[in-house]
Design a protein around this ligand. Structure first.
Ligand code: NAP
Length: 262
């Protein structure tokens, strides 16, 4: 099975911590050169310093706030205009705040769509020409199991994830002929800062302790535990590899079996 990414370049969003960082680590271990993309330059520099360089990989970063579409566009376009191309794009950033769908205001929806769907489109549009030219492309979107079964209390997130999933499937149909695959990884509850804030939010709302909330959450998982970010990253990295050449347009839950559908 060919998991070798030597000579390939990967752009990974939201990659200073959590699932994005774990993905960058794994892709670098497989030989890829990484371009990390997030908003905090100090954390980016620190993250780049932790990536493997033993196979001659050259890593760098781009600074952009995903709440500012122009920043993302300028960052990626300047990078492309400087003559750079990427073979792999991992679309990932922080998730929208929790809360019901029916009480969320219009701004919350617009912010979430811009941070997720619109930035994904900006990044894909900038990088697809290079992927076509290389005859190799992998776009992997980190979204959520809510595209299969909506999650209670994550109204805005459920909505924008559905949009990203359908955008992704449409791209898969359009780009397969160019040897570019487009797939989604759907993390279950994964031990990152995002999960910590979801647990503390639920504890605040229900009056239960954070331990009790965490226990109730793991009880819903057949494997009775949360995922580690590396376990989600492994699925992203596999989909980005040459070995996954004929896997296109799918959703891969990495949730310990929690999602109650096929
Ligand atoms: N963890 C879970 O249980 C879980 C479950 C299902 C789905 N997901 C989804 O998976 C994705 C990754 O989750 P995670 O748990 O790894 O999240 P995380 O630990 O909160 O990390 C998010 C990453 O995105 C960056 N980021 C956040 N806001 C940004 C912004 N405005 N501009 C640029 N970068 C930004 C953060 O970097 P800086 O803040 O340093 O810029 C960080 O690197 C999210 O969409 C999340 O909703 C997570």
């Amino acid at each position: 099975m060919n998991l070798d990414l030597t000579g390939k370049t990967a752009v990974v969003g939201g990659s200073t911590q959590g699932i994005g960082f774990a993905t960058a680590v794994e892709l670098a271990n497989m030989g890829a050169s990484l371009v990390l993309l997030a908003r905090n330059e100090e954390k980016l520099r620190d993250a780049v310093g932790k990536l493997d360089t033993s196979k001659g990989q050259k890593h760098g970063y781009l600074v952009a706030d995903y709440f500012q579409n122009d920043q993302v566009k300028n960052a990626i376009q300047s990078w492309v205009d400087a003559g750079n191309t990427a073979h792999i794009l991992v679309n990932n950033t922080g998730g929208p705040p929790a809360g019901p769908a029916h009480t969320a205001n219009i701004e919350e929806y617009l912010t979430a769509f811009k941070a997720h769907l619109i930035n994904n489109q900006i990044l894909a549009q900038a990088l697809i020409p290079g992927m076509k030219e290389a005859g190799f492309g992998r776009i992997v979107n980190v979204i959520s199991t809510s595209v299969k079964i909506p999650l209670n209390g994550l109204g805005v997130s459920n909505t924008v994830r559905g949009a990203v999933a359908n955008w992704s499937k449409t791209l898969a149909n359009e780009l397969g002929a160019f040897n570019i695959t487009v797939n989604n990884v759907l993390p279950g509850a994964t031990e990152t800062e995002r999960l910590t804030s979801i647990i503390s939010n639920k504890a605040g709302k229900t009056g239960n302790s954070e331990d009790k909330v965490a226990e109730a959450m793991t009880n819903q998982v057949p494997m009775k535990r949360f995922a580690q970010p590396e376990e989600v990253a492994n699925a992203v990295a596999f989909l980005a590899s040459p070995a996954a050449a004929y896997i296109n347009g799918i959703n891969v839950p990495v949730d310990g079996g929690r999602t109650g559908s096929l």
